[in-house]
Design a protein around this ligand. Sequence first.
Ligand code: FUB
Length: 349
Amino acid sequence: AAAAADNGAEARSPEGKRYLSQPLVRDIYTADPSAHVWGDGKLYVYPSHDIPTETKDDDLGNQYAMRDYRVLRIDEPGGPVTVGPVALDVKDVPWASQQMWAPDAAYKDGTYYLYFPARDKTKDRNGLGAFRIGVATSKNPMGPFKAEPTAIPGSFSMDPAVFTDADGKAYMYFGGIWGGQLQRWKNGKYDPNGSDTDLKQDDKPALSGQIARLNPDMKTFAETPRDVVILDEKGKPVLGGDHERRFFEASWVFKRDGKYYYTYSTGDTHFLNYAIGTSPYGPFTYKGHILKPVQGWTTHHSIVEWKGKWYLFYADTQLSGKNHLRNVKMTELTFNPDGTIPTIDPFVE
Ligand code: FUB
């Protein structure tokens, strides 16, 4: 269970700051919240389910040792949060070995699709599998979900996020560097001996998140994944050394007023950023920070409109003070008249 010592709204960060918002759930640790409003008008959050481990923090993220998923449901803004039972366990995923990282979900024609990354059963020089992305289905948004026997063919790396456009076409955005292994796929094939961090080419265009349109079955890619390019204000790709702007992980896409917003985490500089484009494929022009660094190393989010307001779902380590034991939070997100987003500070005072 989460730390009992937490004192709610009076809680302060180690720096003595008050938190902008409070954990949605205190009974279990959760992170990487992917929020969706389905046809019943309720809001469902598909988070990672963090668990305690003795593993020390490292650049590969071995401390994020998650083994299953639980779905959260909120019936009304500000209302109580229902924590669902185990929705999918790694032991029921034939191809996966460990590390059920950040998931997402989609809905089509009466079926809910849970997309999730996990390491496969191969072993690299660190003795660890390659990340792949799987899919599991259910007739119930809370699960339980049944996994397909294999990972999605052609999938790699982690952090899937599925965006369905108004024309019904669905796209998966995915990928992440460092422990997410995107740097090991730079030639289109997995290099198990590739870098554990990035390409180490700071003056070259940064590694890009990936996009692939899904087939109507929602279980397979309709195309070879392509780069999601982020351009700077001069129209040049953001460079690998530009750690406050370059893509690290945690893609999330939404559409507002006909514009596509590509949002992502900068990892080691701990920002959530956004870039705007006119097509789901991009390119996307960098616009700014959505969220300043939270307490804890990772920052991974989602953005959704619910009953006329927009919300940012994110996570920090308020309850535990430990990077791998996170708690999801929710706060309102606003837009300026020109569509830009005022930066949110996760602390007040
Ligand atoms: O939660 C495990 C990993 O840490 C996620 O997949 C990343 O986005 C980061 O939050």
